[in-house]
Design a protein around this ligand. Structure first.
Ligand code: FE2
Length: 246
């Protein structure tokens, strides 16, 4: 089975299209989406419509999805993120607001014993930023393989014989072969707002028969996404950060 692992689209339709085009060329069987479909970018409605059109997809909610859907308040969001959430609320159809509001909370276990979470398995809003965080997260997980998002950084954490190791994945088509007797927490990076000073859109493909996860970084039409953000009246810094990868 081939899975596309993707997360943190944040209303960036151009980046999402690039990732879905890759999926088509790679004969993907199932799609696993780890939350934050909206917030920041100018195409929340179109992004949700695209996601709804995908068969065989499992999706969980992210912190921005929750805030847009009024499940959470704007407390804890900085001024720019909060402004984007308010804009997104005003620019979504009732139908798609409802879609966001009913997205399941992680952690969620799907298919071949795979866990999905947005932030961490013990708190969907928590950022896993290092080996200590990962060690705590592993203690909450029974499945060998967990995918997470939220940090917008492509990363692999492994747990073997009580030892946690973290590796940042910087390259395109970088591959990680999953070992037996090892647990993994894997972040595919962000589709719509990468933050590792690399502006390329990010996703991963997991091939369960081969026990392999491949990471992908691809160019997409950043200028178009930026132009839409500026024209929509969203904070201009949201356009600028896309080309900086921050
Ligand atoms: Fe996010």
């Amino acid at each position: 089975m081939r899975y596309l692992i993707f997360t943190d689209i944040h209303g960036n339709l151009e980046a999402l299209n690039t990732v879905l085009n890759l999926a088509e060329t790679k004969s993907i069987d199932r799609y696993l989406l780890l939350g934050d479909l909206v917030g920041y970018g100018a195409d929340p409605e179109e992004v949700i419509n695209k996601i709804q059109g995908i068969e065989c997809i499992s999706t969980i909610r992210g912190n921005h999805d929750k805030a847009v859907a009024n499940i959470d308040s704007l407390e804890g969001f900085n001024a720019v993120a909060a402004a984007a959430i308010v804009w997104t609320r005003e620019n979504l159809s009732d139908e798609n607001m409802h879609f966001l509001s009913q997205l399941p909370k992680g952690p969620l276990t799907v298919h071949e014993n795979i866990t999905l979470c947005h932030g961490a398995p013990f708190d969907e809003d928590y950022y896993i930023f290092g080996e200590l965080d990962a060690a705590e997260a592993f203690s909450y997980i029974d499945t060998p393989l967990t995918f997470f998002g939220h940090t917008h950084l492509p990363f692999v954490y492994s747990l073997k014989n009580g030892l946690v190791k973290g590796s940042y994945i910087s390259g395109n088509e970088e591959k990680v072969v999953l070992e037996k007797d090892t647990k993994y927490l894997i972040n595919p990076g962000s589709v719509g707002q990468p933050r590792d000073r690399n502006s390329l859109t990010s996703c991963a493909i997991y091939e369960s028969e081969k026990n392999k996860v491949s990471f992908f970084r691809m160019k997409y039409d950043i200028e178009k996404a930026q132009d839409k953000i500026r024209k929509a009246g969203l904070p201009p810094s949201l356009a600028e950060r896309l080309s900086l990868g921050v």
